[in-house]
Design a binder for this molecule. Structure first.
Ligand code: ZN
Length: 79
C-alpha cells in the first residue's frame, strides 16, 4: 500500500485502506460491498502531531499504512 503523505503543517488526516478496498472489490476473505457501504466505511481518520514525521495508520481490519510528512528525511528517502 502506498504511504500517506501529509503536508508539513497538516495535523489531521484520513486514509482510505487500499487493502480493504482490494478485498472488498475482489470479494476476498468473505468481504464485499454491502448495500449502503461506500469508501467512507474503509476510511480511517486520525491526528499526527506537527513534530512527528513518520507514523502508522491502522484500519479496523488491522492493515497498516505508513504515514510520512512531506519535506522530512523519511519522506525524502522514500521517494
Ligand atoms: Zn484495511
Amino acid at each position: 500500500m502506498k504511504p500517506l503523505f501529509v503536508k508539513p503543517d497538516q495535523l489531521y488526516y484520513q486514509s482510505v485502506c487500499g487493502r480493504c478496498l482490494e478485498e472488498k472489490n475482489e470479494h476476498r476473505n468473505g468481504r464485499g460491498w454491502w448495500p449502503g457501504e461506500s469508501l467512507e466505511d474503509i476510511t480511517t481518520r486520525g491526528k499526527i502531531d506537527a513534530d512527528i514525521v513518520l507514523d502508522w495508520v491502522v484500519c479496523p481490519y488491522g492493515h497498516r499504512r505508513l504515514i510520512l510528512r512531506e519535506g522530512s528525511e523519511p519522506a525524502r528517502n522514500f521517494r
